[in-house]
Write a protein that binds this ligand. Structure first.
Ligand code: BGC
Length: 255
């Protein structure tokens, strides 16, 4: 086990990619703080899978768009499980809209969770590391759309593009404290965030035409990389984005 003795906080881990990462990290020996906006069956499901592996778990419920909830998440996580070593900023949302029709509410909805939430959760996590004089790992779940345009999703692209630069910048500023910062950029993964796409066989078929590996990704495809980046094996890796997209990003062909 590569994460024995570590505590990981995975935001948005009641479902999808976050859930897979939380459970995989527990398999590797980590105790886990599960975070979800709603404590429903799915957060409990994640927690139950972690407990079954013999690991400790704490469920935090909050809205990461709110500064107070963000602060509370790190503080309660530390109180309940003693410390945090690994922060996975996974919680994210998207909203389809033509650029000219995007409202301030749409903008705040997406940017407040994807960017502001990630920004300040990381800030509080780093303060905790500095206070306790320990190294740590920050892993942001970004998207191929930190690089690749996604028309009608300008808010999402703006948030993920910002995460690209935030990763580079913090890797340099926090490196001297032993904190690594990396992004994972998933492509089309089968999760609730793309429920609309998955429910439309025509759209899925068209998308598969752009994925050289010929299939959609699974949350576990992302979880294995996240676990590696959190492990001691990845101690010299910082400031990079790793694509988990079946080749989607560079897939251009005329026929
Ligand atoms: C988005 C999905 C989209 C995928 C590939 C992800 O970041 O959340 O909605 O299908 O990128 O474009």
């Amino acid at each position: 086990m590569t994460l024995e003795g570590k505590v990981a906080l995975v935001t948005g881990s009641g479902q999808g990619i976050g859930q897979a990462i939380a459970v995989r990290m527990a398999q590797e020996g980590a105790d886990v703080i599960v975070d979800d906006r709603n404590i429903g069956e799915s957060a409990e499901e994640t927690a139950a899978a972690i407990r079954k592996l013999g690991r400790r778990v704490y469920i935090f419920q909050g809205d990461l768009a709110k500064m107070d909830d963000n602060r509370r998440m790190i503080a309660e996580g530390v109180t309940e499980l003693g410390k945090i070593d690994i922060l996975v900023n996974n919680a994210g949302v998207e909203k389809r809209a033509d650029f000219w029709a995007i409202t301030e509410q749409d903008f705040d909805f997406v940017l407040n969770i994807n960017l502001k939430g990630t920004f300040f959760a990381t800030q509080d996590f780093v303060k905790h590391l500095l206070d306790t004089k320990r190294p740590g790992r920050v892993i942001n779940i970004s998207s191929v759309h930190e690089e690749l345009p996604f028309p009608h999703f300008a808010t999402y692209c703006a948030s993920k593009g910002a995460l690209k630069m935030l990763c580079r910048d913090l890797a340099v500023e926090l490196g001297p404290f032993g904190v690594t910062v990396n992004n994972i950029a998933p492509g089309a993964i089968e999760t609730p965030i793309n429920r609309n796409l998955l429910g439309n066989p025509g759209l899925v078929q068209a998308l598969l035409g752009h994925i050289p590996l010929g299939r959609l990704g699974k949350p576990d495809d992302v979880a294995s990389l996240a676990t590696f980046l959190a492990s001691d094996e990845a101690g010299y890796v910082t400031g990079s984005t790793f694509f988990v997209d079946g080749g989607l990003l560079w897939s251009y062909h005329e026929q």
